[in-house]
Write a protein that binds this ligand. Structure first.
Ligand SMILES: NC(=O)c1ccc[n+]([C@@H]2O[C@H](COP(=O)([O-])OP(=O)(O)OC[C@H]3O[C@@H](n4cnc5c(N)ncnc54)[C@H](O)[C@@H]3O)[C@@H](O)[C@H]2O)c1
Length: 216
């Protein structure tokens, strides 16, 4: 960075892609910002300095192809969730040619919640007298494509719970709610996070993109 020309490509012209564009336009770090819609598949000639992907899991093949043709070494921030095994393989290939940062949730609150889940796991392990049942619940808007959410899957892997046990609710236009229940006899602890806007994810992804650009 530091006065250099910076070209950001955002993959996905959905809700997140447009919010990221708005936030990036308010940020002095970027000189040129463009959205590439994966369904249109029109990739620019110019090589990007950084890519932020919040689209659909199947778009990763085209992202890889663009990066490969441009000679690699483009930092890629992946916020898209719902990847299948084939997509995971493509991401592994991408990591060989580009720095990749991937998070199922870019909000600060979920970063904290993951830490609290790690702590809870340790405390449960130390507990001698009681056994605690762990349950995870997530609520999202009805248009969300994957289920359970990537964030709930991350919480599952921290807590050692199977994804199949997540209670995934789809209703209204809820941006995202995640809850961990710890239940012992006659008492329940709840750790919960509620997103009040999608901007928190956009700003988190932009922060990571800027960090990666400075390391280029
Ligand atoms: N990591 C995070 O912090 C975070 C936060 C919010 C959303 N997300 C994820 O970001 C992604 C986008 O979310 P959104 O709210 O903008 O969704 P959206 O539905 O508004 O947008 C989806 C985008 O993917 C494209 N798309 C849809 N089907 C496609 C297909 N078959 N092939 C290629 N492209 C396709 C759409 O045209 C659009 O550009 C989702 O995977 C969501 O889970 C991640």
């Amino acid at each position: 960075m530091g006065g250099e020309y910076m070209y950001l490509i955002i993959v996905g012209n959905g809700q997140m892609g447009r919010i990221i564009k708005g936030c990036a336009e308010e940020d002095k770090a970027f000189d040129k910002i463009e959205i590439v819609e994966p369904l249109d598949n029109k990739w620019p000639e110019e090589k990007a300095d950084v890519i932020i992907d919040f689209s659909h899991h199947s778009a990763i093949k085209d992202i890889y192809e663009y990066c490969r043709v441009k000679g690699g070494n483009i930092p890629v921030v992946i916020g898209t969730t719902g990847q299948d095994e084939t997509d995971e393989e493509v991401i592994k290939q991408l990591e060989k040619i580009c720095p990749v940062e991937r998070k199922s949730n870019f909000s600060r609150g979920i970063f904290m919640m993951n830490k609290l889940a790690e702590k809870a796991k340790d405390l449960i392990k130390e507990e001698q007298k009681y056994s605690w049942d762990i349950s995870i619940e997530e609520i999202h808007h009805t248009k969300k494509k994957d289920s359970p959410s990537g964030t709930a899957k991350t919480l599952c892997s921290i807590l050692g719970e199977p994804w199949e046990n997540v209670a995934a609710i789809r209703m209204g236009n809820v941006f995202g709610e995640h809850k961990i229940y710890l239940a012992a006899e006659d008492e329940v602890i709840e750790i919960s996070h509620r997103a009040y806007s999608k901007k928190i994810f956009a700003l988190g992804a932009i922060e990571v993109a800027k960090k990666m650009m400075s390391l280029k």
